[in-house]
Design a protein around this ligand. Structure first.
Ligand SMILES: [Fe+2]
Length: 396
């Protein structure tokens, strides 16, 4: 036994149900939770889809009262979160269901918190809330964020991204029905799928990684490596969709405790006021990640060599150092196959923005603190210069 092993703990959603057709268990589960008057939080796309019909059918058959709020924004603002709270408090609900992508689920989390806590989202961002949420069921419709099992929400503010996290925020139930992802458009499948990989990978290399999170992180990355290209190429591939949903769930379990690191800090760095480049979350993570992988590779060569192996590289034939750097090259191949560019130039970033974006990385101090390599401003400038040119140092 490794006597140096640190003490660790693990928390997540109180219950997880996963599987094709799992939505059919919703009514029984709500009964167990004792909720009778339900707020359904979603967006306009899901609100008009068969997915919502399936959810509503369950509530009708179970004799529940419910009201649908379909105004959740993509990449939600604090004002959007406050609107969800206002709706929830007016309706005197005693339970919340979130049906949608990560942004919708984040809105559902604050909605459920507003039933049991005084104050507003802006208040909680300054001084966190005191009580766990009302009964909360989260049903993801994309295979991506893992928000259904995490204890965090992210909202945009005029000053940039605001993240609220608390061990009290875990939902009562994560109900993952992979059928809900069957109609996800190819580009969203690609962005969310790469985000899933990065959630697992960053948790794996995080300084807060534990044996429990490593187990989830390794399986997350393997499932994405084996299924994302297939799910992107043909959205009807139910096996690939199911495996991507599982990957997203396991990724959430990994980063919910270990946290994400530099890749996510860099992805957030584009959106602050001086540059104001707003990109879908998964896309922002994806286009920057080859460069954060290269930056971090020397900090934990064994883990980065493992990542290269998972991505299909013949690492047995390489030195440990070469195998570690191969992970970044291999990740670029994944982006290529998913039609995601590997240069930030395509996003509206200009050369004169690079030093500002590099400084913005430090606006995510928790991500920076648990990153395996010390993060320096000089290092970040170099990283974003490479990301701009679309070239890794190890391929120059
Ligand atoms: Fe993410």
């Amino acid at each position: 036994m490794d006597t140096n092993m640190k003490t660790f703990s693990f928390s997540t959603a109180r219950k997880i149900i996963f599987g094709l057709g799992a939505v059919k268990q919703l009514s029984e589960e709500l009964q167990n939770l004792g909720a009778k008057n339900i707020a359904i939080i979603t967006d306009t796309v899901i609100g008009q889809s068969e997915i919502l019909d399936k959810v509503v059918t369950q509530l009708r058959e179970g004799g529940f009262k419910y009201t649908v709020w379909d105004k959740a924004e993509t990449e939600p603002s604090v004002a959007g979160g406050e609107a969800a709270i206002e709706f929830t408090r007016k309706g005197n609900f005693d339970g919340v269901i979130g049906v949608g992508g990560g942004s919708v689920l984040d809105n559902a989390k604050v909605s459920a918190l507003s039933i049991t806590n005084a104050g507003t989202l802006s208040d909680w961002l300054k001084k966190t809330f005191q009580n766990p949420p009302a009964p909360l069921v989260l049903m993801p419709t994309t295979a991506g964020t893992g928000s259904e099992v995490s204890n965090a929400v992210a909202f945009s503010t005029p000053q940039g991204k605001a993240v609220l996290f608390s061990s009290l925020m875990y939902p009562s139930l994560a109900l993952v029905d992979p059928e809900f992802t069957m109609t996800t458009p190819a580009t969203v499948t690609a962005n969310a799928g790469v985000d899933t990989f990065c959630n697992g990978m960053e948790a794996f290399v995080s300084l807060n990684a534990t044996p429990i999170t490593d187990a989830f992180a390794l399986q997350t990355m393997q499932l994405v490596a084996d299924n994302l290209r297939e799910a992107y190429a043909c959205g009807d591939n139910i096996e690939a969709r199911k495996n991507m949903s599982l990957a997203a769930l396991l990724g959430g379990l990994a980063f919910g405790t270990a946290g994400t690191v530099l890749g996510h800090a860099c992805a957030y760095a584009y959106s602050y006021p001086a540059t104001s480049i707003h990109l879908p979350h998964g896309y922002a993570v994806a286009i920057t990640t080859p460069y954060t992988m290269e930056y971090n590779a020397i900090a934990n060569q064994t883990k980065y060599a493992t990542i290269a192996k998972i991505l299909g590289e013949p690492v047995e034939e390489m030195s440990l150092r070469d195998a570690a750097f191969q992970s970044a090259l291999s990740f670029k191949k994944l982006l290529y196959d998913l039609d995601i560019p590997a240069s930030i130039r395509t996003t509206g970033v200009t050369k004169d923005m690079i030093s500002t974006i590099a400084q913005n990385v430090f606006q995510s101090p928790a991500h920076v603190a648990r990153n395996p390599r010390k993060v320096t401003e000089k290092g970040m400038v170099r990283l974003f210069e490479n990301a701009y040119e679309g070239k890794l140092d190890c391929e120059q």
